[in-house]
Each structure stands twice: as C-alpha cells, then as structure tokens.
Design a protein around this ligand. Structure first.
Ligand code: OAD
Length: 249
C-alpha cells in the first residue's frame, strides 16, 4: 500500500533522535485482539462499570476474573503484528544512533515487549501481573487456565486482582512520571491506534506539542486528537508504522 507520506514528515522522522509513542488497542487489533469502543468493541456488549472498576470487582470478582482470563487467553495466542515490530525496530535504530524511543502504551497485552521493544511504559498496567488485594504482593504470571477463579495469593490466601488500572483508579505513579517526561523531552510524538478519549494518556500529545514536538497520529478513523496533531494519517497501524520507519536509512 502506498501511503504517500509527505516529504516534510519523512524528514522529521529521519532527523528525530528523541521519539515518544503512545499506543492504544488499535495497534493490537491486527493481532486479533478486540478494541474497546466502536462496533464490535469490548464495551459494546459489556458493562465497563462491572468489568473495569474496583466497585465491579468488589461486587463480583469471579465475573471480572472470567473476563480477564478470557482476555489473557486471547493475548497468549496473539502474535505481535507489523506495527509492533516497526516500533521495536525504530527503538533499536535510535539506540544505535545515541537516540531514544519511549513507548507509552495503554495496552495490557504485552505485545510490544513480545515484539522486542525495551523502553515500554505500561500506563494502564499489565494483564500478566497478579496483585494481592490483602498483602499487596505482585507477581508475573502467564498461566492459562488459572488454577482457580478468582485466584488466591500463595502467601496469604488473599484475593488476587489483575495488575491493570481500572476506571476511577490512579495510574501507576512511576509510569505516569516516565510518560510525562518522555512527552516533555521528545522531538517527535506519535499517537497510534487510540481513540484519544481516556485521560491522562490522551493529554500527552498536547504536552509534547507545547514543548515544540512534531506530532503524528495513525488511526483508522478521525479522533478528538486529529485536529491537534501536525499530521493525521488514516489507515491501519500495521501498514502506517512500517511505512513511517521506511524513512530511516
Ligand atoms: P479504543 O477502543 O477506545 O480505541 C481504539 C482506536 O483504535 C480507535 O480509534 C480505532 O479507530 C483505532 N483502530 C482500530 N483498529 C486499528 C488499526 N488496525 N490501525 C489503527 N487504528 C485502529 O482503545 P483505547 O484508545 O486503547 O482502559 O482505549 C483507551 C482505554 O480505554 C483502554 O486502555 C482501556 C479502555 O477502556 C481501561 O480499561 C482502563
């Protein structure tokens, strides 16, 4: 597919040495994972208040865990797609030239790391982390199926919860600081596959723009961020992201 990217954009890409990228569910769509909003999205037939809030979990931990167990299973069989791989390659290219790419993701599927990205900031946590609601211990666990639902802590028998951020919860402070620092210090900020409706993630592009960074969006559809960015590119991230890095020598 010829995306005919403008020359000034390609030049900014090849010159930038500090790059920050924000990704959302759309980047994993071509790996077979559902997005949240829009037709066929997870929130179309599911109540986010029941499945993605602390109150919903307190009311029915089994129901919430069944949903996360299903999403873990989907993510376990999913493979990184061309978009994930392009971002990993861009990070490597920059690191060989004294540059840096910070990859801020709202996704909890771990596919960026599977593609080889190293500087990944998981703003909404990880679906592979289990955290005890009693003693606070966390562990990485990719087991599927889980031995029991809801799972229990091996140390104190407390109820485990997924290590993700739910609506109404604070973002992990260290991740938020890293994301803000990356946005403030980059020359180029790319936002890909997110509806740009969930804050503070969606506000990072504005932070970067205020500091003078060039801003790019890659999305199938227009979003609330489209008018604010310098270049809004329409299409699949699995096609746009590889074509952006084709600008690198
Ligand atoms: P959304 O489902 O809100 O948005 C996905 C975006 O990806 C939409 O704008 C689509 O147009 C776009 N899209 C879909 N397929 C694409 C493709 N192949 N290439 C490019 N773009 C594509 O997902 P997020 O923005 O990630 O939070 O949602 C943000 C947060 O809201 C999530 O982290 C989650 C959700 O509720 C929590 O659960 C806390």
């Amino acid at each position: 597919m010829d995306l005919s990217l403008p020359n000034d954009l390609l030049q900014r890409i090849s010159e930038a040495r500090r790059v920050a990228v924000l990704t959302g569910a759309g980047v994993s769509a071509e790996s077979g994972l559902s997005t949240f909003r829009g037709p066929g999205g997870l929130w179309e037939n599911q109540d986010l208040m029941e499945l993605a809030t602390p109150q919903g979990f307190a009311r029915d931990p089994k129901k919430v865990w069944e949903w996360y167990a299903w999403r873990r299973e989907q993510a376990l069989v999913a493979q990184p797609n061309a978009g994930h791989l392009a971002l990993a390659r861009w990070e490597e290219w920059l690191s060989h030239r004294g540059g840096r790419l910070d990859l801020i993701t709202q996704n909890v599927d771990g596919l960026h790391q599977a593609a080889g990205s190293k500087n990944v900031i998981e703003l909404h946590g990880s679906g592979w982390v289990l955290r005890c609601t009693r003693c606070g211990r966390e562990r990485l666990d990719r087991t599927h199926p889980l031995p029991e639902i809801p799972p229990r802590c091996g140390e104190c028998q407390g109820l485990l919860r997924p290590g993700v951020v739910w609506f109404g919860e604070m973002l992990p402070p260290a991740a938020l600081v890293s994301a803000q620092t990356a946005a403030e210090n980059c020359e180029l900020f790319l936002v890909a596959g997110t509806s740009g409706t969930v804050y503070p993630a969606a506000g990072l592009v504005e932070v970067a723009a205020r500091q003078g960074a060039a801003t790019i969006e890659a999305n199938l559809e227009p979003t609330p961020l489209s008018d604010a960015v310098d270049w809004s590119l329409r299409g699949r991230s699995g096609e746009i992201l590889p074509s952006l890095i084709a600008a690198l020598d």
